[in-house]
Design a protein around this ligand. Sequence first.
Ligand SMILES: Cc1cc2nc3c(=O)[nH]c(=O)nc-3n(C[C@H](O)[C@H](O)[C@H](O)COP(=O)(O)OP(=O)(O)OC[C@H]3O[C@@H](n4cnc5c(N)ncnc54)[C@H](O)[C@@H]3O)c2cc1C
Length: 283
Amino acid sequence: MLLAEFDYAAPESLDEALALLGGGGNVRILAGGQSLLPTLKLRLDRPDLVVDLRKISELSYVREENGEIAIGTLTTYAELLASDFIESGVARCLAEAAASVGDLQVRNLGTIGGSLSHADPAADIPAAALALDCTLVARSEEGDRTIGATDFFHGLWTTALLPSEMLREVRFRKANGGGAYEKLRQAASGFALVGAAAVVEMDGDTIAGARVALTGVGSAPLRLHALEERLAGETLGEELLRDVCGDAGEAIESPLSDIHASAEYRAAMAGVTARRAILRAAG
Ligand SMILES: Cc1cc2nc3c(=O)[nH]c(=O)nc-3n(C[C@H](O)[C@H](O)[C@H](O)COP(=O)(O)OP(=O)(O)OC[C@H]3O[C@@H](n4cnc5c(N)ncnc54)[C@H](O)[C@@H]3O)c2cc1C
């Protein structure tokens, strides 16, 4: 299907892009286009203006700053995967989530900021962002606003970003521990039927702390706070994980049910993927 008409701008500076966003009307950002273009072709969205960020090179980076890893919004999955900063430790959950996205073409064009801002309920990066307890930096003409990952995702394709804001950066602390992402793929699209991201810090055989998040199971990704509390201070073992993760599905308020999988299946697989992710993150 052909796109409906819209105005198009490709600013070369962040200030120019922010002025266009702040100008009112139905404005959409174009990052990698991997979700926006299909949305426009299906006419699920009819923007007045599309602001293409791709000439603003200062939005693409992965770097270490004050004990945190900072990722520019326009960083593609492929650029992220090429970075040494996410090879090991807790960041592995982000690397594994990025590596599981779509195919090579999608990973070469799609961006970390685009995935988080689009907030597809089956997207992989949002689960990793929750498990890493990321800080998301929104920028408008007024300046920066920081949003915790747990406050960022509001529901189906909906986030805490205001129309005048863009997601500028994602940050997480370079903490002790390991990370992992497990995904049960929907066979046709490759999106997550269920995905689980885990960050675990061990003290010998004891779980010092864990953060676990799910995607694909409801209208938004979610942190498994009750499960995390039950794991903290316990000795890691198969029996513990089977017991604690067996209840993971209970945290999902309205489990998604569609032609690809029933709510019961997704709830059951939530426990399985969470257990696998925790075990690998714990090393
Ligand atoms: C064939 C195919 C397979 C895929 N498989 C997977 C998969 O397995 N797992 C997965 O997670 N995803 C998958 N995707 C989606 C892909 O990850 C997209 O890259 C991602 O959802 C959007 O990123 P983008 O950079 O392409 O954003 P765009 O498509 O350019 O934008 C998406 C939305 O986010 C908004 N936006 C973009 N950047 C910003 C910003 N900085 N601030 C505010 N708003 C912004 C746009 O306005 C738009 O509404 C797949 C896509 C395709 C085409």
